[in-house]
Write a protein that binds this ligand. Sequence first.
Ligand code: ZN
Length: 521
Amino acid sequence: MIFLSTLIKIGASLVVLSGLTICYTYYYPNNNSEILEGSLSTYQREQVVSRDSEIPVESTLNHERSILKKHTAGNWSPMRTQVDYSNLEPFVKKNQFAFIKENLITPALAFLQTALKVYPRISNTFVSQKCGGYSIQNLLKTGQIFDLGILMAASNDPQGNWWLRGVSCELDRVTNRPILGTLQINLAIFNQVNVDKNNNEEWEYWLQQTLHEMIHLIGFNSVLYPYYVNANDNKVLGLDNVIRTFKNRQYIILPPVLDRVKRHFSCNSAVGALLEENGGQDIAGFHWERVTFGNEIMTGDPFPDQVISEFTLALLEGTGWYLPNYTYAQNFGWGLDDGCTLTTGACSVVYEEFCKVKDQSGCSNNFNSLSGCYTGDQLSQGCSYWREQSDCRFKSDYNEKLAKGTGGSIGMNSQCFITSLAQDVFANARSSCYSSQCVNGKVILDVNGTSVICSSSGQVTSVKLGQKNGTITCPDITKFCAQFRSCPNNCSNRGVCISNNTCKCWSGYLGNDCSQRQPSA
Ligand SMILES: [Zn+2]
């Protein structure tokens, strides 16, 4: 009883302002059958909770900036964070709390702290007393200066199909950087998650959503575009230097972003990085366009197996608030060298990212997953694309049965291949999982203990499995090898797998698979 009334009170004290955009991270059941049946249509789009209105006015900024120069002389330093769990802990079960703290918040923050540097704050002075309705006093208790403070909180919204939402509350008076935020967990949804199950696939999914929301909180948010600065002098860039509208679409034109769009898509005339236009107020304008950026972590709806690419790090660099370490960008193959058309959000089946036959089975664009040709995405302008049904890295009834019947295997080195052998297991299946590697421009896969070599893209290779004859169709070798992940244990979800197949562990984690905790100094 106390529990509920507290939550209702909390809900009522949140300020709701129109036109301000904080994304909800939606709950997306990781259930294979539902993906193809269009379960996304059940999502509710709601008006968004926003920050308190205590952002300092522009006129106070210049003076404060001179203080910054004096005190820090522009020294980028690792971001220091502080989290207050006191508005969350009493409302969740012990094992839920441990999961949220140890498996989600700590590693997500560890990533940001490792990958980003900031101009350090010189004091813990805040204008706000509250953030998202919650007092910030507990954040200040330790007396340690921090660069980002996060209040964790609980909510209970059985009507809302979201599980996590964020609010940015205050900008640093010196640099304009967001320094306070609240992350709210919707218990009505989160209570359905089995947090005891040691399921790395689910954990990866929740962790990616947590990071997504944190990245909004620290900068990727249309509310914050007007506050982006030039890192050299902390002067506001102005919206015209952040976004450009071209043929009715909005593009991020921050130099670090534009630069990478040109290189990645091989398009010298690119306008910028296209922003999502669909999805309403809580998505449009502050996510990457789904068609152009596919499984990038900052696209609108949850998408299986998302990656933090250099584009999101470049946006954070472009804010003027962060200095990213780009070695922490994950391999991102969507749209690689596809040319200018894709940068404008037009999809075409000439690109491998998209598919023609509804519900046909195939492989995800990053080759990690058995996939179906999916058409129900509100963000994809009617384009169909390969969407994950079963990740070859993680065992499921479906992929185990398929692998067994096609001479394949499930595991961290397994990838999806098109094979005629699959139809003997399930009538409509066209793909299966095989352990594979990239060696000298060739893809070598293991079919029931025999090496099969793909030396050219699209090559159809005969394979024999017992008495059965079949074929395997080779992937686009350049793309396949560009995003090949074969890091040990997928870096235990505590690091990122970089191009030479080594784990770069997040701060606080050690070992070749990032599984060890760094002893505290
Ligand atoms: Zn979002």
